[in-house]
Ligand binder design. Structure first.
Ligand code: HEM
Length: 218
């Protein structure tokens, strides 16, 4: 039990479950508002997008901190984004469209924001299916190429959000801004900037330097 509590994966798993537990608690307590379906659809959509952006922030954070072990948590974060995308999609097809294939197909073709969301969801499926270590080994270089789809998926997620809001674009633009920063951090100058911040921080922060010398920070 002690070892489990010391494992960051345990805490990350628990944190990732919080949005679902919150929805369940609100559902039981009658706190989902006048339109519960809309509330749940919006909440699971938001957490899908947040999950994608958090997953995309692992590599820049690794470069900024020099902590290569952060990559260990990326798969769990990505799978949670997929989990919330599945809930989002199932709520939509079940509670919004009453499992009517013709109505769903019509909606996907007619409403551009649904087209973008649906495309993002379909593209997420092969990433989730190949997220295991075995698939990573088997696919080799092709795994990396395939998993670059995450950039397009996140972009489609932002476009989906931009197209569905009618008036105030500030929230989707905020997500778009965060995505732009996370993508820029992968460009050569972005990588250079993160590394120079890291070096400067190491030099000017004696606390970190001491911990590093003691082998506590990588
Ligand atoms: C990676 C995939 C997806 C992401 C990141 C995503 C994200 C979002 C976000 C952020 C919202 C708005 C939340 C808010 O208003 O606070 C939303 C709403 C919504 N999404 Fe998605 N979504 C995805 C896939 C889908 C799919 C596959 C469908 C259906 C085919 C869908 C249907 C909807 C609907 C119906 C709404 C509510 C629109 C309204 O408020 O009228 N989404 N989604």
């Amino acid at each position: 039990m002690g070892a489990m509590l010391r494992n960051p994966k345990f805490w990350i798993f628990g944190i990732c479950l919080l949005p679902l537990l919150r929805l369940i608690a609100l559902g039981i307590g009658g706190g989902l508002g006048a339109n519960p379906i809309e509330f749940i659809t919006r909440s699971t959509g938001t957490w899908t997008l947040v999950g994608l952006l958090v997953t995309l922030s692992v590599t820049p954070l690794r470069r900024l901190t020099g902590r290569a072990d952060l990559v260990r948590y990326r798969r769990m974060l990505g799978l949670f984004a997929f989990f919330y995308a599945c809930l989002h999609f199932v709520i939509y097809i079940g509670l919004d469209q009453f499992f009517d294939p013709a109505a769903i197909a019509r909606d996907i073709v007619k409403r551009p924001f649904i087209t973008a969301g649906f495309t993002a969801f379909v593209l997420l499926i092969p990433l989730a299916a190949t997220s295991t270590h075995g698939m990573m080994r088997r696919l080799g270089r092709r795994w990396q190429l395939l998993h670059r789809l995450i950039y397009l998926i996140a972009l489609l997620g932002v476009i989906h959000y931009l197209w569905l809001v009618k008036k105030d674009l500030s929230e989707p633009l905020l997500y778009g801004g965060v995505l732009a920063l996370l993508l820029a951090a992968r460009l050569p100058w972005g990588v250079g900037l993160l590394q120079s911040i890291r070096t400067r921080f190491r030099v000017t922060n004696p606390g970190i330097g001491k911990a590093e010398r003691a082998g506590k920070v990588r």
